[in-house]
Design a protein around this ligand. Sequence first.
Ligand SMILES: Nc1ncnc2c1ncn2[C@@H]1O[C@H](COP(=O)(O)OP(=O)(O)OP(=O)(O)O)[C@@H](O)[C@H]1O
Ligand SMILES: [Mg+2]
Length: 308
Amino acid sequence: MDLSPLHALDLSAPGSLLMVIGAPDSGKSTLARQIYQELCRQYSCIAYLDGDPGQSLLGPPTTLSLAINRRGDLAFPPRGRIWRRFLGATSPRGHMLPMLVGIHRLVSTAREHGAQIVVYDTCGFVSAHEGGLALKLAEMELLRPSMVIALQRETELEPLLQVARASSIRTVRLAPSPRVQPRPPEQRRKYRAQRFQEYFREAQRWVLDKNSLAIVASFPLQPAQLVSLEDAQGFVLALGVLQAIQGEQLTLLTPLRNLDRCRILRAGSLLLDLSTFQESRIAHGPQTMNRQPRQGSEQDVREEGNAD
Ligand SMILES: Nc1ncnc2c1ncn2[C@@H]1O[C@H](COP(=O)(O)OP(=O)(O)OP(=O)(O)O)[C@@H](O)[C@H]1O
Ligand SMILES: [Mg+2]
């Protein structure tokens, strides 16, 4: 018997943006991938948007990635072009604006590059009291998806689905597959550390002049801070880890081989230990522009809204 929610889904006339939503461990990414591959059979240009900065599939943790397939190619991850935005954290909580801007920019990019349909695999941050539902609602209002596919266990997504229906957005409720394997926090941390380790395996040291870049940082830069090196469009060229800040000079490790297109250095809110590849959060409040941050190095970075 086919226990995948895909078989219960009518994908005729899908429109141009399908948003797969659900709590942590509801099978969103699996279903989104199946939908993507099914649509690749029927259409020539399909985009997959990985909107989970914690358990990211298409890029290193802390990023949001958009990939477009090559015509007729069902491979996953898609083998066509890829664009990334940097969230600088493993959860959208406390980073709602960069999340909204990043997702919107990626969906627009997909359309500019001819994607007929975007399949958006969202993160599991849907808790009402932490602002997850408000974020998803804002995304829905901004992006106007053609279809919202909700993997719902009880009634956790109803407030969102009510608004979607009232806005004439097609909504589909599906029950999560009984075969979904929940991932405990330790497994999630391990996954992120492995992804960071792979990502920085070939990293090399660069010394940059601060004045050669626009620096986007809401508090002072510090050693071990995760940063993003970006092009003039604000898309990630590569991530880096700061090693030293001396006067006008920044020393960092990055897998980037050529800095010619680098215009922006965007600071994240994490420190990355390059011996263990574990991340920790830089403790800071909202008004910390001129304050020295405290380092939360012993604190685990929770993916709020996820199972950890
Ligand atoms: N229909 C299914 N049949 C078998 N296994 C499944 C199915 N759906 C999900 N799984 C398994 O369950 C695990 C979690 O699924 P998935 O990553 O799709 O969930 P998710 O909701 O995206 O999780 P997260 O909250 O971390 O984003 C994976 O190991 C996946 O292979
Ligand atoms: Mg997922």
